[in-house]
Design a protein around this ligand. Sequence first.
Ligand SMILES: [Mn+2]
Length: 309
Amino acid sequence: MPAPQKTASDTVFLGFTFFMGCELTGSYLDDDIDVVVSGVPFDLSTTERPGARLAPDAIRQASTHLAWEVNRWPWDFNVFDQLRVVDCGNLRFDPTAREQMNTQLRLHAGHLLEAQKVMLTLGGDHSITLPLLREYAKKHDSISLIHFDAHTDTEMEPDRISNHGTVFYEAVKEGLLDPERSVQIGIRTDYVRDSHRFRVLDAAWLMDHNPAEIISEIRRVVGNNPAYLTFDIDCLDPAFAPGTGTPVIGGLTTGLALKIIRGLVGCNLIGMDIVEVSPPFDHSEITALAAASLSLEFLYVLAAGRKAR
Ligand SMILES: [Mn+2]
């Protein structure tokens, strides 16, 4: 008799849940593993409302709603036939110690990247992307950022302590990214335009262009450069993602976000994260489900790109 198909909900009733049911057995450094999902429950760098430390588990829980779809629309394959994905749980650190989180995350990422794994990281606030980029930059001479967000996160007040709004100012300053080959999508808050050289496709620009034009502009900027995808859930309109610390109206629908993400097949994706989901402000898992669905879509895009190669 064939073994019953495993679903994410197999673990729900045990009181712990893996992203898409991708249970870790053995080591996450095993040769046959392609993608490692990690949670970073950290929100000490939020400038407004905290809560993102609770996101990794909320996203895993919401992913149980997605596990039944063997042939996920509109793809013609099952991602888990193409990629071996495991969820290694949450990083451990003292939640009040930012430097400890940085150190632990860098060590973790260093091990995974050394073992040629692709990381899918569930934040956490956006500050978790900086230690990740520091490790990625050791492996790649040039990295493009594909950055979905309502905010550019390029604040540069000299006296301001690092926070979730300074991440990409610091990343560029440290030479971790190639800003001219990086793109920010969905921006709709004030920023100092001279402070960085990213290509900004702001929310109003997105409304004036169709999805094919948007995708083509992203691909033009990024080209074949190794690309790190970071998705701040507040890129979505609060109607589609109320559960976040710094909501801004006038954002993307989940439908448009999916459409754009699916247009990235063939980009040279080296890693991805999804950040800033804040479950205490969520309703009916709207935001967590959006984050889980987008994360799953990242995996499809990665798999489809590898299949085409
Ligand atoms: Mn943001």
